[in-house]
Design a protein around this ligand. Structure first.
Ligand SMILES: [Zn+2]
Length: 510
């Protein structure tokens, strides 16, 4: 259904530009974390069964306004959080399904500048690696292992960065880490750790540069490929990639995109052949583009009219491959979300005994396509054919109730030709006996409906709604109103969420 409109999440608010952390422990659950306007660390969750919960303070935690909270789910029943506290010490807490939230504790004596991001990676469910730029500008790491607990912090291969520089870390496989950072000279650096060889030296990635403290975003679409994204020193949005077969490519500008210096480009790979990017643009509008292996890079577009303060990070998460959720602190300091869901498809075969006389068949088909598209269903006219069946042109439909069909309906609906078992056949007939605009009663296994020559613009959409399982309603604003679709008011007619759910859950929509 493309993008939903933005909505405020449970009344939440944060300082402008505050990053919202989102994590999906499973596809039907989201946990959010943010430092609120009072400096307390807040969380809420969304569950497919119950919707959004109220925000609550996590174990009394606090941080400087705008501080990022890092969350990792080592397994679906456990969360680990990391943050730089108001005293500059690095804190962690955890949530476990069995015991709830623990108290915050300082991680191995670590410290960082206020607001510094702590980067965490779980290479496997019993191991965590942390990365941060310390108070002396050196890049530090520590790890936690289920067998040995927390190790001491150590400097990673002599690396340095401006205070507060975020370190990007990614595990392409459980025995390998890649790090990325903008160094003290504005050059973009990388190093890696491998279980077999330990830490490598830092190297500049393809000559890349960015403003000090610029975040580098890395995505591994597959274990042998990395894509990087950054806002360059000229404010243009750049990408490069590394492939196990060809090494590092040159940086290139992504579809002409630009953002304020230091803006974070966020990226998600919904599947190994697709990337979605998000950024707040130079005009404060929230932009997205995508890359697909089949079509390359698309143009940037504004997401549902969304806006945010310059440099506001957009948090995307794909709970499953055909769904995206976004989170951002808006220009009014409220926490907003929107979602995108891939359209489903409904295949319709059109079979014409008589052309309609009041509303053109093309108009009915377009009306159906429009109203279904508005709820995320692409109507595909899979075939059109003329049927010469004069004895069925004034079709006996009996009482026209679901589950009850006449001999003439059974005869007509046997003419499915190329239609698949989950395709709907719509038969355009001269009339029904008794006279109706249409009728959706059909035999089991032959999803079908008839539309007559006196049908309204909405009859075809309405009858197919019945085939997808929708009953009549009283409200004349709605597609499924039972008083005849000529009497629909305020077109286009509405479908409500429970009807949309029924349509999407039908085996006929895929
Ligand atoms: Zn009806």
């Amino acid at each position: 259904m493309s993008w939903h409109s933005w909505f405020n999440v449970s009344g939440g608010a944060a300082a402008l530009r505050s990053p919202i952390t989102a994590i999906a422990r499973n596809p039907n659950h989201l946990d959010l974390f943010v430092t609120g306007t009072d400096g307390r660390i807040y969380s809420t969750w969304w569950d497919a069964a119950s919707g959004w919960a109220s925000w609550f303070n996590v174990s009394g935690g606090m941080a400087a306004l705008g501080s990022p909270i890092t969350a990792v789910a080592r397994n679906p029943n456990h969360l680990d959080l990391f943050v730089t506290g108001t005293d500059g010490r690095i804190y962690s807490t955890w949530w476990d399904a069995s015991s709830g939230w623990a108290n915050w504790f300082n991680v191995s004596g670590g410290m960082a500048a206020l607001g510094s991001k702590i980067t965490a990676v779980a290479r496997n469910p019993d191991h965590l690696d942390l990365f941060v730029t310390g108070t002396d500008g050196r890049i530090y790491s520590t790890w936690w292992d289920a067998s040995s607990g927390w190790a001491n912090w150590f400097n990673v291969s002599g690396g340095m960065a401006a205070l507060g520089s975020p370190i990007e870390a990614i595990a392409r496989n459980p025995n390998h880490l890649d790090l990325f950072v903008t160094g003290t000279d504005g050059r973009i650096y990388s190093t890696w750790w491998d279980a077999s060889g330990g830490w490598a030296n830092w190297f500049n990635v393809s000559g890349g540069m960015a403003a000090l403290k610029s975040p580098i975003t890395a995505v591994a679409r597959n274990p042998n490929h990395l894509d990087l994204f950054v806002t360059g020193t000229d404010g243009r949005i750049y990408s490069t990639w590394w492939d196990a077969s060809g090494g590092w490519a040159n940086w290139f500008n992504v579809s002409g995109g630009a953002a304020a210096l230091g803006s974070e480009i966020t990226a998600v790979a919904r599947n190994p052949n697709h990337l979605d990017l998000f950024v707040t643009g130079t005009d404060g509008r929230i932009y997205s583009t995508w890359w697909d292996a089949s079509g390359g890079w698309a143009n940037w577009f504004n997401v549902s009219g969304g806006r945010a303060a310059l440099k506001s990070p957009i948090t995307p998460i794909a709970r499953f491959p055909d769904h995206l959720d976004l989170f951002v602190t808006g220009t009014d300091g409220r926490i907003y979300s929107t979602w995108w869901h891939q359209s489903e498809q409904l295949r319709v075969h059109v079979k014409v005994l008589s052309e309609p006389t009041t509303v053109a068949r093309a108009t009915m088909m377009q009306s159906m396509r429009d109203v279904y598209a508005s709820v995320g269903i692409d109507v595909v006219i899979a075939s059109e054919e003329t049927l010469n069946l004069p004895t069925l042109n004034d079709l006996d439909v009996g009482t026209c109730v679901v589950g009850s069909t006449t001999a003439e309906q059974n005869d007509l609906f046997g003419h499915r030709n190329s239609a698949g078992g989950n395709d709907i056949c719509v038969y355009f007939v001269r009339s029904t006996v008794p006279p109706l605009n249409g009728c959706a009663a059909h035999p089991a296994g032959r999803p079908s409906a008839v539309v007559t020559s006196v049908a309204s613009p909405w009859t075809m959409a309405h009858e197919c709604g019945h085939v997808l399982g929708l009953p009549h309603v009283d409200d004349p604003n709605r597609l499924m109103m039972g008083g005849g679709t000529w009497n629909i008011t305020n077109p286009p007619p509405d479908l409500i969420q429970s009807e949309i759910n029924t349509m999407l859950e039908s085996p006929l929509t895929v």
